[in-house]
Design a protein around this ligand. Structure first.
Ligand SMILES: [Fe+2]
Length: 460
């Protein structure tokens, strides 16, 4: 414990990160440009938005999840934001103050204050996905939280008692089978398969040499791929006030490939050079091997430095090839520019894809985070970008054009925050012409804090 500090000076509570204090509903939002008639549905994004003043030093991973939805119907746009009302947040609302600490401040509430909410808050602040008609808000240390179509919180979901591990914030939905594949690493690495109707069918423990932190993984038509980087968790250190995970390069990095119907003994582990990949773009089977693409860093950096400054993500879009015959693994950078939040047309998940979309740093400073969106043509190596000078760019999700058939027939939707952190637009790009800039900017009725991940949910 370091005691209470001046929270207004904490980087993750200021500027584009600063939380908003209430929940709004707004209709008929002002739009600059023209909304495409085919864009029907909702873009929903989650992110941290602490409801109460944090206890001590605040880490961006700590904040209560807040959902921001921009819904398009009949050529108009509307906005709604709602906190994810976890059991932990409900206990804090009863108390009228924060009860839980966070990544920097290991403060745990009295059981009498929080009841069955437990010693850790399931914020759901990292991602939101829809599977079998159900929305799930996700954070990797806990179970999914079911969310209603009106953004109401329905509660934690353990698939009828079958889910015994945590759930990654980056599950994969197979566009061919409709299955949702995911893993959890708490208390141990476990792979799960949910069928197309939403029932958890398989849970497979995977043995690893060390308790490593994994944020994302890759699925292909036939395999699942785990990157076992030396980001090793140390709970004894954490409960003593130290970092939850530390980078231990001497332990090396392995990539594990398992048949989708396999078990731990079927995993083939291949050594590769040390890397940390927070987010994968995609992966697919290719000529006797597997191709994995993602934003690779030489080591992991969660901004866990004691000064609490937001650390810049320093990933470079990279391609890893795993030769299943020889065991050779190669990694090559596809760019020399730094970025993250890689996304594709999710209809290509696990299948060969041509296009990728990444947020990156065009400006000289990384102080305000990403300021540009880039589209990669992975077949030709070409790329095109659009820069929002002085602004902060969030993740862009791909919204397919219902009338289209091509991989990039559709739109890219994501939040862009003004440099003075007073306003946010939901920007819509024609995915064919990223360099032309947004075709429409939906002006939010009030700034939206920078957050993590979101998805496009097409109207039925
Ligand atoms: Fe993520």
């Amino acid at each position: 414990m370091t005691g209470v500090v001046n929270h207004l000076e904490q980087a993750w509570l200021a500027g584009v990160f600063a939380p908003v204090a209430d929940e709004l509903d707004a209709t008929d939002l002002a739009v600059t440009g023209a909304l495409p008639p085919g864009l029907r549905g909702a873009y929903v994004r989650t992110g941290p938005n602490p409801r109460f003043e944090p206890i001590g030093r605040y880490h961006i991973f700590d904040g209560d999840g807040m959902l921001h939805a921009v819904t398009f119907a009949d050529g108009r746009a509307s906005y709604r934001n709602r906190w994810i009302r976890s059991a932990g947040l409900a206990a804090e609302e009863r108390a009228g103050r924060a009860l839980y600490g966070g990544m920097f401040e290991q403060v745990y509430p009295d059981a009498g204050e929080v009841g069955d909410a437990g010693s850790m808050k399931n914020t759901g602040n990292t991602h939101i996905v829809r599977h079998a008609g159900q929305l799930y808000a996700l954070m990797e240390a806990a179970k999914p939280t079911r969310i209603g179509a009106d953004l109401s919180t329905e509660g934690e979901w353990d698939f009828g008692g079958r889910l015994r591990s945590s759930c990654t914030a980056h599950p994969k939905i197979d566009p061919e089978t409709g299955e949702m594949l995911f893993f959890g690493y708490l208390p141990r690495l476990t792979y799960h398969v949910v069928d197309a109707t939403g029932d958890l069918m398989r849970s497979v423990p995977i043995e690893t040499e060390h308790p490593t932190m994994m944020h994302d993984f890759v699925t292909t038509r036939g395999h699942v791929v785990f990157l076992d980087s030396p980001a090793v968790m140390d709970f004894a250190s954490f409960f003593d006030g130290g970092p939850l995970a530390s980078w231990r390069p001497e332990l090396g990095t392995r990539v594990g490939v398992m048949p989708r119907d396999g078990v731990s003994a079927d995993v083939r582990w291949f050594d590769m050079d040390n890397t940390w990949i927070a987010h994968f773009l995609n992966g697919y089977e290719d000529d006797g091997g597997i191709v994995v693409e993602g934003c690779a860093m030489d080591e992991f950096n969660f901004g866990l430095a004691a000064d609490g400054r937001a650390a810049a993500a320093e990933g470079v879009l990279s391609r890893i090839r795993i030769d299943l015959a020889t065991g050779a693994v190669t990694r090559e950078a596809l760019d020399d520019r730094v970025g993250d939040f890689p996304r594709i047309n999710d209809d290509r998940t696990g299948l060969p894809n041509r296009y990728g979309y990444v947020a990156w740093y065009a400006g000289d400073s990384t102080e305000n985070g990403f300021d540009a969106l880039v589209k990669y043509d992975l077949h030709t190596g070409a790329s095109e970008e659009f820069v929002f000078p002085g602004c902060t760019v969030g993740e862009f999700a791909f919204a397919p054009d219902p009338a289209g058939t091509g991989e990039d027939d559709g739109w890219l939707v994501g939040f862009v925050h003004s440099g003075d952190a007073t306003a946010s637009d939901l920007c819509v790009f024609d995915a064919h012409r990223v360099a032309a800039g947004p075709i429409a900017r939906v002006h939010m009725p009030r700034r939206v804090p920078f957050g993590f991940h979101g998805n496009w949910f097409a109207a039925d």
